[in-house]
Design a protein around this ligand. Structure first.
Ligand code: GAR
Length: 223
């Protein structure tokens, strides 16, 4: 059987970039039929930029100024940098900026994100703290298609972990992050294998519309 061409990825980050690194490593290890064409950060001090270069990726920085006009300029520059890299898929990996509806619509079906909660629960920021405050027994992460409404696009795959009575925010975040590094490359591999598709505003896996996300249970597995 002929192998499809590697999926070209552009990865957007704002900070540490550990999800980006996990994806890059999976590409380099041949676990994923994909290649990282470009890593873009919206902060010059994003630690992930050096990590990306260490693994051989091209990097770019697109900064956003203050005010509404600056958003237009930022998205124009960001879109130009993305398009010049000719990606098949745009991967938001800890990219902490809200994108305009028009920008998201332009890349609809070609942009995915990872969010540290079991969506639709706990959209937005500070998910680990809010999960602890909410007395939840379980938590996790979600990989989803990006649509204009924040953290509300069709969810593809989720990881689930237990919340432990002695958990601190940092301990819980670390346990969830370890699962992110597994599920994010996995979703990209499904796309690279053309098993996962965007169609009719929904995610389809192996020819069937995903009516609810696939959930991978790490409750016993994550130390
Ligand atoms: C990850 O936990 C990711 O799920 C989260 O930021 C962290 C980035 O870590 N993303 C969001 O909160 C998006 N709303 P990383 O830079 O080490 O990949």
């Amino acid at each position: 059987m002929s192998r499809a061409a590697p999926l070209r990825l552009v990865i957007l980050i704002s900070g540490r970039g550990s999800n980006m690194t996990a994806i890059q490593r999976a590409c380099l290890a041949g676990e994923l039929n994909a290649s990282v064409a470009l890593v873009i950060a919206d902060r010059a001090d994003a630690a992930g930029l050096a990590a990306a270069r260490d693994l051989g990726a091209q990097t770019a920085t697109v900064l956003r100024g203050k005010g509404a006009e600056a958003l237009v300029v930022f998205e124009r520059e960001l879109g130009a940098a993305i398009d010049a890299a000719r990606p098949d898929l745009i991967v938001l990996a800890g990219f902490m900026r809200i994108l305009s509806d028009g920008f998201v619509e332009h890349y609809l079906g070609r942009m995915i994100n990872i969010h540290p909660s079991l969506l639709p629960a706990y959209r937005g920021l500070d998910t680990h703290r809010r999960v602890l405050e909410g007395g939840e027994s379980q938590h996790g992460a979600s990989v989803h298609y990006v649509t204009p409404e924040l953290d509300a696009g069709p969810v593809i795959l989720q990881s689930r972990v237990w919340v432990r009575p002695q958990d601190t925010e940092a301990a819980l975040a670390a346990r969830v992050l370890a699962t992110e590094h597994i599920i994010y490359p996995r979703v990209i591999s499904w796309l690279a294998q053309q098993r996962l598709k965007w169609h009719d505003g929904a995610a389809w896996l192996d020819g069937a519309r995903l009516e609810s996300p696939i959930v991978e249970d790490f409750r016993a597995a994550v130390p």
